[in-house]
Design a protein. Structure first.
Length: 155
């Protein structure tokens, strides 16, 4: 398996990965948000024999490198692909001279198995909750922001 930078010609394949994850990605995310963000965010993908198995997109905000999207094709869950993409995002955090990698997800007061697995994945990899927000979005009534310290601040 190869982890490499996402190129414009990879966008359709990345959206194809998202389409296998209907429990995690809304139709709006599949049709609008992910395609737009692929155009504007830094990203890495995992591929094997020319097939895109997963990807992560990244952007800088609030002094942190943030995960925009992390997706692994449904047929390839529990094979370490997400962990490898996360490790590449952590390396990118350090390469950019930033000290934290962050993301947000559906809050833990919402009982929904796919996101229980998502939260468990991030917690297993050292992320901690740093903020909780109630929203007026019925698809995400609570969100939690997670972060992981990658390096100690300098100076």
């Amino acid at each position: 398996m190869l982890i490499r930078s996402i190129q414009p010609e990879d966008h359709a394949g990345c959206v194809g990965v998202v389409r296998t994850l209907t429990g995690w990605f809304t139709p709006d995310a599949q049709d609008r948000a992910v395609p737009i963000d692929l155009e504007h965010q830094l990203g890495f993908l995992a591929e094997s024999d020319g097939q895109i198995l997963g990807f992560v997109t990244l952007f800088v905000a609030e002094g942190r490198l943030n995960i925009g999207w992390l997706a692994v094709h449904r047929d390839y869950h529990h094979k370490g692909i997400g962990a490898k993409l996360l490790a590449r995002a952590e390396r990118c955090t350090a390469e950019l001279g930033l000290t934290e990698l962050a993301t947000y997800t559906l809050g833990d007061n919402v009982d929904y198995e796919p996101y229980e697995a998502t939260r468990a994945f991030y917690f297993r990899h050292g992320f901690q909750v740093y903020q909780r927000n109630q929203t007026d979005n019925p698809e995400c009534p609570e969100e939690i922001k997670l972060r992981k310290r990658i390096a100690e601040p300098t100076g």
